[in-house]
Design a protein around this ligand. Structure first.
Ligand code: HPA
Ligand code: ZN
Length: 326
């Protein structure tokens, strides 16, 4: 068995984290007051009542609504620093953070406000929190590819400090094949490629993300276990899968934590790691995910070390940084 202190002390990387999903209810209310924004759920009590989700979409509705409080660059900086502070307490030493540029532009927030606000916190993350960081622009798969391409061109033109692109939001009905030109353009620009696939969507979306988009890492990927041939390939290629157990339980992608396929994925030899996804919405940061798993499955230190090691090895950190953390 592993105690909580040992879990936290283990150096780890967080590779699947939406910065907008780290907006805690308290900070939502604070930013709403600061910016004079009237919220539909203006008290902590009313807000807390909204956090019972039935599927991905029911979460996304609240997630996008709460973003209304993010107005100034300082709001984005404060949100990002709050995450880094909590991540440090979890033993996170490297974080690859996604943000949803289209969700902000659609609300009338300038792209530069979001980018510069987040980047300001990331620029000093090593000095402030001992966490090396990278930024990933995630595109909304329920929006058009044209909209994504427009925003990508703007990000490239402003030389936004992004290491790669991702694909998130409502998965079913929005397959990877919709975004072939987007990923081709990002690859040409030298960006790293990841995508959500196999969270609610079928195993074929995982396969298509690899074959059609050329992604080097899959976010979630849990439904890959339904396809034996795909599992064999993912094991052979050691494709990183950034699994988010508490998210999967809260969004009903799995019935219970006990029924989560992670133990089966580890046994199969898949390259899996543990992440928090949207920790302010799903019941905890990365340590809470590790603790729940270790308690549920009675894991030993070796299992936890394997998963933490996978997260560092699967990151886009430099060879030198990886060596420092492994
Ligand atoms: N899945 C898809 N899109 C998202 C998520 C998620 O868990 N979080 C934020 N956007
Ligand atoms: Zn996600």
């Amino acid at each position: 068995h592993v105690d909580a202190g040992a879990l936290t002390a283990l150096p780890k990387a967080e590779l699947h984290l939406h910065i907008e999903g780290t907006l805690e209810p308290e900070l939502i209310l604070e930013l709403a007051a600061r910016n004079g924004i009237a919220l539909p759920f203006p008290t902590l009590e009313l807000l807390h009542e909204q956090y019972q989700f039935t599927d991905l979409q029911s979460f996304l509705d609240l997630y996008y609504a709460n973003m209304a409080v993010l107005v100034t660059a300082d709001d984005f900086t404060d949100m990002t620093r709050a995450y880094l502070r909590r991540a440090k307490e979890c033993g996170v030493r490297h974080a690859e953070i996604m943000f949803d540029p289209q969700a902000h532009v659609a609300r009338g927030v300038e792209l530069a406000t979001a980018v510069n606000g987040i980047a300001a916190a990331l620029a000093t993350s090593v000095a402030d929190f001992g966490i090396s960081t990278e930024l990933i622009a995630a595109f909304l798969r329920d929006e058009s590819e044209g909209s994504a391409l427009e925003v990508l061109e703007e990000l490239l033109a402003m030389k936004a400090p992004i290491i790669g692109i991702g694909l998130d939001s409502a998965e079913v009905g929005n397959p990877p094949s919709k975004f072939i030109r987007l990923y081709k353009r990002a690859a040409e620009a030298g960006l790293r490629l990841v995508a959500h696939a196999g969270e609610e969507g079928p195993p074929s979306y995982v396969e298509d993300a690899l074959n059609l988009l050329g992604v080097e890492r899959i976010d979630h990927g849990i439904r890959a276990v339904e396809d034996r041939i795909l599992v064999k390939r993912l094991v052979r290629e050691q494709t990183p899968l950034t699994v988010c157990p508490l998210s999967n339980v809260r969004l009903r992608a799995v019935d219970t934590l006990a029924a989560h396929p992670l133990p089966q994925m580890i046994s199969a030899g898949l390259n899996v790691c543990v992440n928090s996804d949207d920790p302010a919405y799903f019941g905890g940061y990365v340590s809470a995910n590790f603790e729940a798993l270790a308690a549920e499955f009675g894991w030993d230190v070796a299992t936890v070390e394997l998963l933490a090691g996978n997260s560092i090895r699967s990151s886009f950190a430099s060879v030198a940084r990886k060596a420092e953390l492994l």
